[in-house]
Design a protein around this ligand. Sequence first.
Ligand SMILES: [Cu+2]
Length: 299
Amino acid sequence: MKLFSIFLLLFSLASFAQINGDHIVETHFRINGKDTNHVMAGKPTTIEVWYTHKDTGEVYKDFKLMHGKIMHMVLIKDDMSVFKHIHPYHDPVTGIFQITLNLPLSDPDNFHTAEALTKGGMYMLMADVEIQDVGMRMGHKMLHAMGENPVNTILMDEVNPDGSITKFFTENGKDYKINLFMEQTAGCSGSLVEFRVSLFEKDENENYIPAQALEDWLTQGAHAVWVSDGLMHGMHHMHFAHMHSALPVDDTEFVFGFHDNKIMKSGLQRAWFQIKENGKVLTIPFTFDYQALPSAQCR
Ligand SMILES: [Cu+2]
């Protein structure tokens, strides 16, 4: 319960900063030098983002580091089939952040830019910053990509009898197994949702053992983004959660917590967990059902 109160406190502080930032800050996006929503799938696409004071028009130029970067950007397709996590570059002279999609970069923290937007369809672009003396700000822009848009039906992952989900995959020449367990605890306002994730690798005897070469990525043991189906319905109420975990200490578990107070929508969900193993960042999607708990009765 003590842990839960800390979560509630952190969450309230975060919301305050967010509201504060929203009040006076205007977020601007420019795509290929234009004020447009239209992009071409597979073509190099330059995204620019900057922030101005609503009344004075002054461009904000001072940002705080959050998890090793001053901006985190996430691109998610509306059918939840695509997830990209990238880090635009900041020009301190102009205050403009910039990154080009669909071009490979040697930056190991931008391995997702190379094939960021290869299919037609609708995408949500989200940019997270913390402006010095103002607070956190999440800006978003809907992109409409022209190009072939094959139908993707996202299927629910198979659930084990104990409610967990196990997936197997091969990446960078290694065979992995990953387990996900979700637990909900009702609180006075909303509930605490906890995800516990364990990563295993296959050893030479074909046995799965805890992943041997885990390391921090961007100051965190692991990163996760969780969205509900229909995340884009309503620009001001996005069903979106961003979570972090420390590296496992005594066991194999990464632990992610999120305080959900009518943010997520019951039904089909997708979460992407990003874990750095053996020098490479793995991005592992899970598709699952979630039913928001009613708040506990508190006085
Ligand atoms: Cu990031």
